[in-house]
Design a protein around this ligand. Structure first.
Ligand code: NDX
Length: 256
């Protein structure tokens, strides 16, 4: 049966960090080409409905750690911290896989990015799940440690912001509509990328709660992936809407 190989965790986490840097260098100047940043607007070939695409792409991030957790033999019952943290990860991806796609009103998603996105979700789902189920060691009172409690608080806060902001974005469109409007309300009052801000807070919270290299690597990847995207969204809005709120920042309220 499977066991923990610390060098595998180190190698996969380092590669994730390297991918994050690659991503930063690729997408700082030009945005990743999906959603409002796709150049060829009406090219139906090579795209899949947003609903199918987000479902397929995010499914492995839920399935892989959930299976690792369920199939581990002998089942790991101690410590509680590991299973709890793995469940938090799965909980987010349960939302992203089974709830978010079924309500999205997004435009069809490019197949090529879908392919890489799916690979990424398999990779990261395996890394986070494998580490928590087979490698992580926590003292039995980890659940009362300040890292666990403050990390969990940030995770929940970020998740709340992320889900609320996803909802506000969706409500900007009627079903079938594909136009862009100025997001209003919630954290969009302060930043253009409120959903991204929530997601970043969420994964840094998760990293603090797990206090692990894989989770910090993933939080850093998230920052490098959607941080630049928030900036490109912001620039798009400023260019498109002359009445765009002047005080609004790109990603971090009052700062940037
Ligand atoms: N999926 C994470 N990299 C990504 C897919 C793309 O979950 O090759 C990472 C994720 C993948 C990426 C994923 C990994 C890296 C990839 C990248 C593609 C290239 C890149 C593979 C897997 C790559 C290397 C080189 C390393 C291999 O029509 P529309 O779609 O624009 O409509 C939008 C709508 N909307 C509006 N409607 C009306 N008016 C407006 N003004 C509107 N503005 C937006 O709202 C959408 O339907 C919806 C949300 O749009 P948007 O653009 O704000 O968010 P989006 O980027 O689609 O993300 C959706 C959610 C969001 O909550 C975000 O936080 C989360 O997913 N997310 C997204 C990306 C990555 C991620 C989380 C993470 O890293 N944790």
């Amino acid at each position: 049966s499977m066991q923990c190989f610390p060098s595998l965790v180190l190698a996969l986490s380092s590669l994730l960090g390297a991918l994050a840097l690659l991503q930063l260098s690729l997408y700082l100047r030009v945005p990743s080409r999906y959603g409002k940043h796709e150049e060829r607007l009406c090219r139906p070939r090579g795209r899949l409905s947003a609903r199918c695409a987000w479902f397929l792409q995010e499914l492995p991030s839920f399935l892989v750690p959930a299976l690792l957790l369920a199939l581990r033999s002998p089942p790991r019952l101690e410590p509680l911290g590991c299973r709890l943290l793995c469940c938090l990860f799965c909980w987010h991806y349960f939302y992203r896989t089974f709830i978010y796609p079924f309500f999205t009103r997004g435009r069809p998603f490019p197949l090529q990015l879908l392919f890489f996105g799916t690979l990424f979700c398999i990779y990261n789902g395996f890394l986070q799940g494998y580490y928590l189920i087979y490698c992580a060691e926590y003292p039995n009172d980890w659940c009362t440690d300040i890292r666990f409690t403050s990390g969990l608080f940030l995770f929940l806060l970020g998740m709340g912001i992320n889900i609320h902001s996803d909802l506000l974005l969706r409500q900007l469109r009627k079903p079938g509509e594909v136009t862009y409007k100025i997001p209003q309300g919630g954290l969009f009052t302060y930043v253009s990328g409120a959903n991204y801000f929530g997601e970043i807070v969420e994964w840094f919270g998760f990293a603090i709660a797990t206090w692990s290299l894989p989770a910090f690597a993933f939080a850093f990847f998230t920052l490098c992936c959607i941080g630049p995207r928030a900036y490109h969204h912001h620039r798009y809005y400023l260019k498109t809407f002359t009445d765009y709120p002047k005080s609004r920042k790109a990603l971090i309220p009052f700062v940037f």
